[in-house]
Design a protein around this ligand. Sequence first.
Ligand SMILES: *[C@@H]1O[C@H](CO)[C@@H](O)[C@H](O)[C@H]1NC(C)=O
Ligand SMILES: *[C@@H]1O[C@H](CO)[C@@H](O)[C@H](O)[C@H]1NC(C)=O
Ligand SMILES: *[C@@H]1O[C@H](CO)[C@@H](O)[C@H](O)[C@H]1NC(C)=O
Ligand SMILES: *[C@@H]1O[C@H](CO)[C@@H](O)[C@H](O)[C@H]1NC(C)=O
Length: 554
Amino acid sequence: MHILILVLVTALPAAIRATQAAFQSDAQWSDLSASPSPNATGHLIFDTVSSLLQHWPNTRYRNGHNIVPGTVPVGTLLYHGRKNSSVPAIPEWTSLDPEHSYHFCGSSPTNGGDPAGCWQLTFVATRPLKVLYFDGSSAANMRGADAGTLDAQDLLVWGEVDPDRWLEERARINAMCDWGREFGIEGYVRMEMDFEVMLCDFTAGVELLAADFLAAWHRRFITPPVVPTDRNKHVAEILRLEVVRAGSWHNAYPGDTRVALDLTRLVSFYDPALAPSLVAHRAGAPRWTHRVQNISHTDLAAVRARLRTVLAQSGSASGLDWRTLFRGVTDRYAERLELLAHLLNATETPARTTAALVQTQLRVMLTPYILHSARPGTQAAVDDAWAAPVWRVCATRHTAHIHAPAVRAWLTASEALLLGALDDTGREICRAVVRMWVRGVSAGLDELLPPGDEHVDVLASDGDRTADIARLVEDWRAETRALMAWLDWGVWVKCRPACGVEEMCYLPTWPYFWGWGFAPRDPDGDEDEETRGRDVWLRPQPRCIRVVEPYSTL
Ligand SMILES: *[C@@H]1O[C@H](CO)[C@@H](O)[C@H](O)[C@H]1NC(C)=O
Ligand SMILES: *[C@@H]1O[C@H](CO)[C@@H](O)[C@H](O)[C@H]1NC(C)=O
Ligand SMILES: *[C@@H]1O[C@H](CO)[C@@H](O)[C@H](O)[C@H]1NC(C)=O
Ligand SMILES: *[C@@H]1O[C@H](CO)[C@@H](O)[C@H](O)[C@H]1NC(C)=O
């Protein structure tokens, strides 16, 4: 790192000037109407990387696309519910919240089948544990055409996705631990109702802190796939809600902080250079259905080779803080675009009022990038080329320094991918916002910038002008929606109106839609109802659920 800092200090200013010169002359900034290729994945890499270890976005899009090495820091507590107090001699699942592991605790039944108590073991990491994280709802045992929650891990260790092995969790954990031994991987981080760490060896790097014999609410019936019966429905509801709640503590950025990921070694199935065979499978398909099972043999070999490389590599990255770089983009635009969409949604408000508010917001977003020299010429109505430099500054100001050859030379392949995702995302946000702003300038709506000298709108009659502005507002609404749909950030998926004090906002979470679509089908079932049910869990939409009795149906 010291070397890099030295390189940065000595080489950066000159290199950045050179990079900026390249951006100045680059034809890629000339056409404000050029939208990204439908096959591009920069925005998907951006969104999935921004969502790592966060429960909400990985509940919404369950099929994971990233594999990321990381560590579980020293001092991290890991909880394991089981039938007795012995330390596991084989790989087992642990959770980061005891509310989660409680569901798996138990004891030998005593009187009349009721549980005597419930064993909960607490371990502590005595040194950093080397782990591999699979994003998405990677611990959700799902099957079906669009359910690819297990694809990445099964491809990695079994070389294929076999739908018949969807429930083979024991075989899966053993295979994963066998696979990773060579690289010193000690555990795997996955997500279901909450995050879990599959721990390969309980005699290395962890110590038993406590084995508590807890009062049992239940027999071991919560563990899927057993559906609670009426007799224990009440208990099931209480416990189920509490694990959903524990998961929700990690819903938003920064997510579950008890795992530290190394983004400089991230491997993504959305990387079109690494997995080009997936491009055709995704073409025209909604994001819900993206999964990685149909990757070609060649591409899978490339993914495995890349993983071997990153797992062998250590300490050779740039030192750049990618999490903060990514977060900067969401910080800068998530609320502002949402506000824009809200203003444009106000169909009761006169178009002129909306237009004035929106134009101000557009200018506010671009203020750090609007060059003094950028002003419309006489052809403003038809030519937005004058605004291209604003687009370029907006899209490159936050990442141009990373393109400097002296910095680029330090990037790992994963970092180059992250940089591309940042660039592509920033480029499209800025393009859309600049375009909308330019339209407002042309319509004479900007407080600081008059439209071009011979602009038609200014000369138009008042009635025409009102119609033009109404059309402009409609176009803006469509463009804002298109941009937000392309970005598709989970932070915009909210309960509207917000939930009450006795409620929480919830996205359909595995396994609580158990029985719908992916479990054995009921031959007498109502097809329409089944289709509707499948849609609800395949394309999760937020809704308020009660956190106290009477509980909502999940
Ligand atoms: C504890 O339970 C596990 C299975 O959950 C079993 O394999 C093990 O033998 C048990 N240990 C003792 C001491 O009974
Ligand atoms: C997108 O990918 C599909 C499948 O490979 C291909 O047929 C199509 O031409 C591509 N579209 C563009 C615009 O590149
Ligand atoms: C994808 O893989 C699955 C499972 O191997 C197979 O059933 C399906 O036909 C494949 N789909 C395509 C489009 O190749
Ligand atoms: C805009 O209005 C529609 C229809 O009333 C509503 O469904 C949507 O949530 C609103 N969007 C925003 C961002 O307020």
